[in-house]
Write a protein of this length. Structure first.
Length: 181
């Protein structure tokens, strides 16, 4: 990157300076009114990464649905790095059942999906209580779940692939919902 000059002193924060919460502090902390719904995610590493991201952004809970793997499992723990102990989670046999339950609790349901009529992420404004549905690594959010979502949010992309790993998508979306506007 020719022409760039960086004029900052840097040193890594110490563990004490990071002021990390204990498990007890995390459980007592006020959470953001965001529930993450994982619709038939295949990879335990993706599940663990989403747990870690949910912890980082103080998400209210994760709903693991369908054949999405559940803790405890060493491959989930490998990427979650303890977040399965802090983030509240629940398992539902059916994603439709989980989404219907959340709707009954007053959540607005948004799929992260590329569909006609989707809202670009940068134009989305957060409702008071939101549930964000992330879909399967190959098939995305299932059609039966899309039919009962309030809307879809799309992460704009400019490259050839036009798809992101589900755990990367979760990081982008949660950052935008918590800090974006």
């Amino acid at each position: 990157m020719s022409g760039w000059v960086y004029l900052c002193d840097m040193r890594k924060w110490t563990m004490e300076e990071l002021n990390r919460k204990t498990v007890a502090d995390f459980k007592q902390a006020e959470k953001n009114s965001i529930v993450i719904v994982l619709d038939n995610i295949r990879s335990m590493h993706n599940v663990g990464s989403v747990f870690r991201t949910a912890d980082a952004f103080l998400a209210e809970a994760i709903y693991l649905c369908g054949f999405t793997p559940q803790p405890p499992h060493r491959d989930i723990h490998k990427t979650a790095l303890g977040a399965t102990e802090t983030v509240k989670w629940d398992y539902h046999h059916s994603t439709v059942e989980a989404v219907s339950k959340l709707k009954g609790m007053g959540y607005k349901i948004y799929a992260i999906e590329q569909v006609e009529g989707s809202i670009p992420l940068q134009e989305f404004s957060v409702a008071e209580k939101v549930a964000i549905v992330f879909g399967n690594e190959v098939d995305g959010v299932s059609n039966e779940v899309l039919l009962i979502c309030d809307c879809a949010i799309e992460i704009p992309q400019m490259g050839m692939k036009h798809s992101l790993n589900v755990s990367v998508s979760a990081g982008i979306v949660l950052w935008e919902l918590v800090f974006g506007k």
